[in-house]
Design a protein. Structure first.
Length: 157
């Protein structure tokens, strides 16, 4: 029987697994282009998400651009950046449930096209409530919920 304690979301966030790492784009990732790709550390993604002030928004793509620029890489890995944003969001949800006051405002981080990430804590409904309290308008487009005119609220990094 495995008696190892399951890591909390915050412990997962703090586990950098030897990252960040910049490497040459190759293999299956070649379809993304040529050059170098940074695989960020989870805390780097969280750090950018934390910097988004009230009333402003960011998308995973903007986070990727900021990470690539920081590491002087051509691109940032889309898979790990999205995964680490999800971990950061869940760590923040965990902190929020524990009554902590200083946690990452994950609801301000959207998917490409201004789409709300349904996998974040509080689900779509909770995030819509938080976004609308900050003055954003959310509409349903197909099966997704999108922040209307999100581009106007993007933070400048």
């Amino acid at each position: 029987m495995n008696l190892t304690k399951k890591k909390t979301w915050f412990e997962k966030l703090e586990d950098n697994k030897g990252l960040p790492k910049v490497q040459k784009i190759g293999g299956k990732m070649s379809k993304l282009g040529e050059g170098t790709m940074v695989i960020p550390a989870p805390m780097e993604v969280d750090e950018i998400m934390r910097k988004v002030p009230k009333g402003k928004l960011i998308t995973i793509n903007e986070i990727r651009i900021a990470l690539a620029k920081k590491h002087k890489a051509t691109i940032a890995c889309p898979m790990t950046t999205g995964m680490f944003a999800w971990i950061a969001a869940n760590a923040a949800g965990e902190q929020r449930r524990n009554g902590e006051k200083n946690f990452t405002p994950y609801w301000r981080t959207l998917r490409a096209g201004g789409i709300i990430n349904e996998k974040y804590p509080d689900g779509v409904d909770g995030q819509i409530q938080l976004l609308e309290m900050a003055g954003h308008r959310v509409v349903k487009k197909g099966k997704n919920y999108v922040v209307l005119n999100y581009e106007e609220s993007l933070v400048k990094l």
